[in-house]
Design a protein around this ligand. Structure first.
Ligand SMILES: NC(=O)c1ccc[n+]([C@@H]2O[C@H](COP(=O)([O-])OP(=O)(O)OC[C@H]3O[C@@H](n4cnc5c(N)ncnc54)[C@H](O)[C@@H]3O)[C@@H](O)[C@H]2O)c1
Length: 332
């Protein structure tokens, strides 16, 4: 089996290293020559993983056609806003019918508010199974072989037959029938991770963190159900599972970003401009608010995160705004 992985960032590299344990070859495609050269020539990706050795059956190239040639599956592991343009290139090069394309990216396309699997379907076509593989999976831990579990969902393939091909004794893949819920949950948890980071930066304590995560889960489920997701999905790995991991981890760039904003180290836009890695939650905050207006639902935490990031609101007054909202029943 040959895997084509599009993206030489931290998750593309870590996931590639995992697959290289059981697949014959894993080819990565990237646009950053230094990263590609380091993986191809030195079997390392120092930009993300220092001196960690990558297996010899893991290669990399700047040429997309070379990487796609003979692939049994294509894995998209890119910033969400880059997915459409790269998918279009894949389509133009041509992929044999039936080869699945699986997204591991977490986000929505901001200009259309579409899920990434829908973007892939539009660009790559109906002759390919389209899947998503998402859940609590920090690259930094997957490369160390720490036990991790994720969810595989999608259309057009017998995804149960893909479970063992993607699993290992340290990487457990569950299937889920609800691609909508899995994708919305995975994208939205980053908004709440920024909210928790803001609270951590203000040193608001454990009660606050627990409250923001729990009320954030309510927002996630409200938005996800409005978009056609199954309520139960938000209480699974892609929902609360990824939310807990992201909101409590020092590996999370979204949580760390929120913390840095609250500590007033720099203004949010300048932090985003200088981030080496993609901070998906900032884009998702905008997408979620557009969706909430469209579906007439309330996302109060998301609104406050948005106002802090994009309207210069002070994080402390954002928190006060949340605490002083009209009192209500928890289930409402
Ligand atoms: N890092 C993780 O632990 C992790 C885990 C699960 C999911 N994800 C998701 O995977 C996606 C990628 O994350 P990452 O951590 O690998 O990001 P990253 O910032 O480490 O790497 C992104 C990669 O995409 C490339 N890239 C950027 N713009 C591009 C473009 N226009 N065309 C082609 N390539 C481009 C960069 O060169 C880089 O190789 C994100 O959606 C993220 O939420 C990340």
């Amino acid at each position: 089996m040959k895997a084509a992985i599009l993206g030489t960032g931290s998750w593309g590299t870590a996931f590639g290293r995992h697959l290289a344990g059981s697949w014959e070859s894993v080819a990565l495609w990237g646009i950053e020559a230094a990263q590609v050269r380091a993986i191809a020539d030195e079997h390392r990706n120092p930009a993300f993983f220092g001196d960690l050795a990558l297996p010899s059956n893991m290669t990399a190239s700047l040429d997309l056609a070379t990487v796609l040639d003979g692939a049994d599956a294509v894995f998209m592991i890119l910033p969400s806003q880059a997915i459409r343009a790269v998918a279009r290139q894949v389509h133009d090069i041509g992929l044999p019918d039936g080869v699945p394309v699986i997204s591991l990216s977490k986000g929505l396309e901001l200009s259309t508010l579409k899920r990434l699997s829908v973007v892939l379907e539009e660009e790559i076509g109906a002759n390919h199974p389209i899947g998503v593989l998402l859940g609590p999976s920090h690259a930094e831990e997957v490369v160390r072989g720490l036990p991790t579990a994720v969810v595989l969902a999608g259309r057009g393939a017998d995804w149960h037959s893909w479970q063992p091909r993607l699993s290992s004794s340290t990487f457990r893949v569950y299937t889920n029938h609800d691609a909508v819920g899995v994708e919305i949950a995975s994208a939205f948890k980053n908004v709440i991770a920024i909210a928790v980071g803001l609270c951590d930066g203000l040193e608001l304590g454990d009660n606050t963190r627990g409250t923001v995560m729990t009320r954030g889960l309510s927002e996630m489920a409200r938005l996800g159900v409005a978009l056609g997701g199954d309520h139960a999905t938000f209480y699974g790995l892609a929902g609360i599972g990824d939310m807990i991991t992201t909101c409590t981890s020092h590996h999370s760039r979204n949580r760390n970003f929120g913390e840095a904003v609250a500590r007033a180290q720099e203004d949010p836009q300048s932090l985003l401009d200088h981030s080496v890695q993609v901070v998906e939650g900032a884009v998702m905050t905008r997408a979620a608010l557009k969706l909430c207006a469209k579906h007439s639902i309330e996302l109060p935490i998301t609104q406050e995160v948005h106002d802090v990031l994009f309207s210069g609101k002070d994080p402390r007054s954002a928190m006060r705004g949340l605490m002083e909202r009209t009192l209500r029943c928890e289930g409402e």
